[in-house]
Design a protein around this ligand. Sequence first.
Ligand SMILES: O=P(O)(O)OC[C@H]1O[C@H](O)[C@H](O)[C@@H](O)[C@@H]1O
Length: 296
Amino acid sequence: MNSKKVYLYGGHVTSWKDEHGDELLFVSNKAIFKPPKAIRGGIPICFPQFSNFGNLEQHGFARNRIWTIDTDPPPFPVPTSNTAYVDLILKPTEEDLKIWPHSFEYRLRVALSPGGDLMLTSRIRNTNADGKSFSFTFAYHTYFKISDISEVRVEGLETLDYLDNLQDRSRFTEQGDAIVFESELDRIYLGTPSKIAIIDHEMKRTFVVRKGGLPDAVVWNPWDKKAKAMSDFGDDEYKRMVCVEAAAIEKPVTLKPGEEWTGKLELSAVPSSYYSGQLDPDRVIQDSSVPEDSIS
Ligand SMILES: O=P(O)(O)OC[C@H]1O[C@H](O)[C@H](O)[C@@H](O)[C@@H]1O
C-alpha cells in the first residue's frame, strides 16, 4: 500500500512507499530523528536560506524546528479530492526573530495521490507588521533511494548553466546529454524545466520530479570522502542515494507584507521498462492523475 510519513521535527517527510510497500526515499541508517541536527535523508526543507547563501545556519532553521499540525488551513487552490494529506505550520519563535527578524507563516501540505504520487505544497506568507519585505532562498532537499549511484542518470538538465559548489560556485554549462555520477557532485542548475527525471537502470525505475515556483535544481552526491566525514551518514551509503532538490536560489524570493509565495513539488515513481528505457516527459504527464496546470 502507498504510504508516507512526516515528522513534526523539521516538517520533514521521512518515508514515501509505493503500492508494494517499497521505500522510495533514502534515509541514513545513522539518521538521528531529534534536534539539534536535521534528519539525514527524506525531504528536509531548506528555509529561509539554502546552504550558506546568507548569515543563518546552513540550510536555514526550518528543518530544525518543531512544526505543528495546522488544523484550520486556508483553502488550497488545488483540488484535494481522494488525496490523503496532512497540513503543518511553522511560525517563528522569539529566538528565531532574533536571528531572522521577519514574521512569517509557513504552511506545508504533504499529500499522497490515489496513484501514489507524493505532493508537497509550501505556502509562505509575510506577516510583518512593520511594513518590511523579506527575501529567502529555498529547497526541497529530496534524498531519492537508488540501487547504485553508478546505475543512475539524471535527465532534464542538459545544456543548462550551473554553479559548481565544488569550484567556488563558478558558472559552467552542462555538456553531457545526462548527468552520471563518477565522483562527488554538488551543483546548482539554473533556470531548470518543471520536469526532471532520475533514471535507475538497475531498479528499472524512473523518478519524475515536477515542480512549480522553483526555478533551480541542486544535484548532490557526497561520494566516499565526504560520506566518511558525515557523522550521521554511513561510509558506503552514498551509493544508495542521490539528492535532486527543487529550489529557488539564484534569485531569492521577495515578499512584501501580506504577500504569499507557493512552491510545489510532485514526485512520481514509474517503471522505466514501460517507456522502453526512454523517458518521454509528455507521456509521463499525460499518464499522471494530476493535471500539469496544477503544478506550474
Ligand atoms: O549536511 P547538510 O547541511 O544537510 O547539507 C548537505 C548538502 O546539501 C546540499 O545538497 C548542498 O548543495 C551540499 O553542499 C551539502 O553538502
